[in-house]
Design a protein around this ligand. Structure first.
Ligand SMILES: NC(=O)c1ccc[n+]([C@@H]2O[C@H](COP(=O)([O-])OP(=O)(O)OC[C@H]3O[C@@H](n4cnc5c(N)ncnc54)[C@H](O)[C@@H]3O)[C@@H](O)[C@H]2O)c1
Length: 345
């Protein structure tokens, strides 16, 4: 059977903890043959640990030896590496967020289309069973009226890597963590399209010198990204989405939430529940699901591999990822200028 030759670019936390195990789970269909990282020592260590035969210093050289790459660098480098790979005829799975902004995202899609290559963005929440079931349940929910989305972590600013550096990441809790919930919720309510965004971002708790942080320590003077974000998003059908995210919140516990109240019924995603009026009462449908991030990453890898091998369509179109990036841009712009930002429907 044909095996896809895969290269990994940027071999830090997510490459080692999600993508390497996911490709190992599908080893009949894919083989990781090459790595590249600006930190050559790290790349060599990972190569040795997982018996990956080649380490390249230059990703342009790596592209000559693989069919596909998975990009796991800081966000600033996503576009340049993805476009270079696509222009060399190499398929791309790029970690989320797609890019630093929508202009970069558009150029990535243009390169994929021009070269007829696969481009997928690693929004793995789509591959969670609860999210997929919720999408199927939208028929029972009917047209969405109000959607509530919360991506809230109690004091978990990432203390490693470059997550607090705006120049390298483009933002903080929103572009890093809120983007997953935005992607899932925009998909659930589609074809409703966001047309207006009004938002406020904050950089407050993470700037305080007396830190309580569960995910290591970080430089509270250097951090220059959002730690709280709230947004009000209006859609072309007048439905609305109330969005909140934080990775440094003063709350009782972490909270990941999507719920939709629709014209026929409602649903919650985490945990999966559907609410409907029936026989004169509100009835609830639920099921016992164990949400597993790792499992979603494995399903995402299979869809990417199969799409590259021409066996299956992508379950996550890069235009959807671009839509998420447009909303993220609008949230940051709305907060900066203190006014609503309007998007084309
Ligand atoms: N899907 C998810 O849930 C999820 C979770 C965590 C991270 N991510 C994304 O994955 C990416 C990486 O995050 P991480 O947690 O692995 O970070 P990390 O800091 O652990 O690793 C980043 C790696 O990239 C390398 N690198 C930096 N610049 C590079 C360049 N120009 N070329 C090649 N390598 C370079 C670094 O040396 C490092 O080894 C980010 O875009 C992040 O948003 C996604």
């Amino acid at each position: 059977m044909e095996r896809l030759k895969m290269g990994l670019i940027g071999v830090g936390g997510i490459a080692e903890n999600r993508h390497i195990p996911a490709y190992q789970a599908w080893s009949e269909h894919v083989e990781i043959t090459a790595l590249q990282d600006v930190n050559l020592v790290r790349a060599k260590e990972v190569a040795e640990k997982y018996a990956i035969p080649n380490v390249f210093e230059d990703y342009l050289e790596l592209f000559k030896h693989v069919d596909a790459v998975t990009i796991c660098t800081p966000n600033k480098f996503h576009e340049a590496i993805a476009v270079a790979a696509l222009n060399q005829g190499v398929h791309v799975l790029c970690e989320k967020p797609m890019a630093m902004n929508a202009d970069e995202g558009r150029r990535m899609i243009e390169a994929a289309e021009k070269n007829n290559r696969i481009l997928m963005i690693g929004y793995h929440y789509r591959f969670m069973e609860a999210v997929a079931l919720a999408k199927k349940s939208m028929e029972e929910v009917g047209n969405p009226i109000v959607t509530r989305v919360q991506a809230l972590r109690q004091r978990k600013v990432p203390g490693w890597g470059v997550f607090i550096n705006k120049q390298l990441q483009g933002g903080g809790s929103l572009i890093d963590w809120g983007c997953h919930l935005l992607d899932a919720s925009l998909w659930l309510v589609s074809p409703s399209k966001p047309v207006e965004v009004n938002a406020q971002t904050y950089q407050c708790l993470s700037k305080q010198p007396e830190q309580v942080n569960d995910w290591g320590s970080y430089d509270h003077e250097a951090i220059d990204v959002d730690d709280h974000v709230s947004a009000y998003i209006r859609f072309d059908d007048q439905s609305t989405l109330l969005f909140e995210c934080s990775w440094a919140a003063n709350i009782k516990e972490d909270h990941t939430h999507i719920s939709i109240s629709g014209e026929k019924g409602g649903l919650s995603v985490f945990p999966y529940e559907v609410y409907q009026p029936k026989y004169g009462r509100m009835m609830e449908t639920n099921t016992d699901l164990k949400e597993d991030d790792q499992q979603a990453g494995i399903f995402q890898a299979k869809n990417f591999i199969d799409a590259c091998l021409g066996k299956e369509k992508l379950k996550h179109n890069p235009n959807d990822a671009l839509q998420v990036t447009k909303v993220i841009d609008a949230i940051y712009e709305s907060s900066e200028h203190g006014k609503s930002i309007f998007l084309e429907a």
